[in-house]
Design a protein around this ligand. Structure first.
Ligand code: NAP
Length: 255
């Protein structure tokens, strides 16, 4: 599916979006689609070269975006990103917490480091970014926070106790924060993708993916744009009465 098939009609002109993990995969697709709807997209990740390619693609397509080097595993790096956004744009309308990692292994073999890396990168970063963004958004009395969770956080997955815990944590954070910020016209939602084509799922290998496909009623892995379409909707004015929700995008796998 190419992005031109999505038929996105949302107008996000004048809005600033921060997308973490925009250097590839789901984050890149979300950044491209938000820019297609005329948001200015701040693209954050560690790989500056890949981010540069994302931004060049967006600009070539007529959009507006910028590269921001950020390690979401570092409190200081996140603080710097938000300080720069405030100084440069004086606003943040949309936050997409998408950066994430897996360190899969069965629990008895899981090292402290594998646990801590995943919780830090996936969950603690979500807390830090949500806190920084909510301070800006509360002043503006408007905002859209979208957290990229996973079906793993809903139904679990063997070998992913660390990852599932981080994603379930993001879902709990989403629900509680939506209750705190609802009155200020700030919505907070999560997306729970199933198996989507990306480097993260490629790492599972062909045999596992073949078995996975059998469990998906749609009979295919998702495309990053399947997820980006939902992110754009949740970021749009049309979704103003939707908050605290987890939208599953999994081809029917968890029905
Ligand atoms: P991916 O291809 O591995 O991309 C991960 C992204 O996160 C990259 O842009 C990476 O950029 C960034 N990232 C990782 N660690 C970071 C750090 N410390 N600081 C800043 N950025 C960091 O994964 P994906 O499949 O697109 O997944 C994106 C999100 O969707 C993740 O949160 C993942 O858990 C979730 N998800 C994916 C699937 C799926 O099937 N693919 C399913 C459910 C949920 P750098 O390496 O350049 O920093």
């Amino acid at each position: 599916m190419s992005h031109t098939d999505l038929g996105l009609a949302t107008d996000l002109s004048g809005q600033v979006a921060l997308v973490t993990g925009a250097s590839q995969g789901l984050g890149k697709a979300c950044a491209e689609r938000l820019a297609e709807c005329k948001a200015h997209v701040v693209c954050a990740a560690r790989s500056v070269d890949k981010l540069q390619a994302t931004v060049e693609g967006i600009v070539a397509a007529g959009g507006s975006a910028e590269v921001v080097a950020c390690d979401v595993g570092s409190k200081e790096s996140i603080a710097e990103v938000f300080a720069n956004i405030e100084a440069k744009h004086q606003r943040l309308d949309i936050l997409l917490n998408n950066a994430g990692i897996t360190r899969d292994t069965l629990l008895p073999r899981m090292s402290d480091e594998q646990w801590e890396d995943v919780i830090q990168t996936n969950l603690t970063s979500c807390f830090l970014c949500c806190r920084a963004a909510s301070r800006i958004m509360m002043g503006a009395r408007y905002g859209r926070i979208i957290n990229m969770a996973s079906v793993s956080g809903l139904i679990g997955n063997p070998g992913q106790t660390n990852y599932s815990a981080s994603k379930a944590g993001m879902i709990g954070l989403t629900r509680s924060l939506s209750r705190e910020l609802g009155k200020r016209k700030i919505t907070v939602n999560a997306i729970a993708p199933g198996f989507i084509e990306s480097d993260m799922t490629k790492a599972l290998g062909d045999d596992i993916l073949k078995e996975v496909k059998k469990r998906i009623p749609a009979n295919r892995l998702g495309h990053p744009d399947d997820v980006a379409a939902v992110a754009v909707f949740l970021a749009s004015p049309a979704a103003s009465y939707i908050t605290g929700q987890v939208i599953t995008v999994d081809g029917g796998m968890t029905v």
